[in-house]
Design a protein around this ligand. Structure first.
Ligand code: ZN
Length: 200
């Protein structure tokens, strides 16, 4: 095993975060450079730690993202909060050229953050369920039906591959530093947050 590699995660304002990623061919996916990049992105995501990382976040405008929500990340979170968010562990997954082919009309709203908007969070409405078609790390076509937090992670990462950040979709009045999030908002139901912020 090679020692973990930590790539530099770029922050909002870096032009690459606003570019539409180029799609990869199955031949490119098989190249050692892409296979190594996948490993390095996995190591970087785990080190951060984060539940997803898209290639533009490490400076590369290509349609490649990794996701993983490890059981150990859920340990410190109250069971009611996990249930409300429909958050369960997600195994490590590589998404190449992903397309969301179905969105549920039903949406859910929670605080969301991003490694490229470090130190902040905001309420973001997302579809509760999505269906995604993509290529895996072997260039094989796959599809996933996801709901709850997993569906949110997929929507967030696929946005990155299309030059979008959660701040484009957030409820702007809810934007908060993580510090203040911990102090004022973290344990409140979303309804109470909305009321406190005058969002009705
Ligand atoms: Zn992000």
């Amino acid at each position: 095993m090679n020692p973990p590699v930590r790539l530099k995660i770029v922050q909002a304002g870096e032009p690459v975060l606003r570019q539409i990623g180029r799609r990869l061919t199955p031949e490119e996916i098989a190249l050692p450079a892409i296979q190594e990049l996948i490993e390095h992105m996995r190591d970087t995501m785990r080190d951060a730690p984060g539940v997803g990382l898209a290639a533009p976040q490490v400076g590369l405008p290509i349609q490649l993202a990794v996701v993983e929500d490890r059981a150990e990340y859920l340990n410190g979170i109250a069971p009611e909060l996990l249930a409300e968010r429909e958050r369960q562990p997600v195994p490590f997954l590589v998404l190449i050229n992903p397309d969301i082919v179905e969105y549920s009309e039903e949406t859910v709203e929670f605080f969301e953050g991003c490694l490229s908007v470090a130190g902040f969070s905001a309420l973001v409405k997302r579809s509760r369920r999505v269906r995604v078609e993509y290529l895996d790390e072997y260039g094989q076509p796959q599809q996933i039906q996801a709901s709850g937090w997993f569906a949110r992670i997929l929507q967030h990462e696929i946005d990155h591959l299309n030059g979008r950040l959660y701040i484009d979709r957030m409820e702007t009045r809810s934007f908060t530093s993580l510090d203040n999030m911990g102090r004022h908002w973290k344990d409140l139901p979303v309804e109470s947050v909305r009321t406190a912020l005058g969002l009705g």
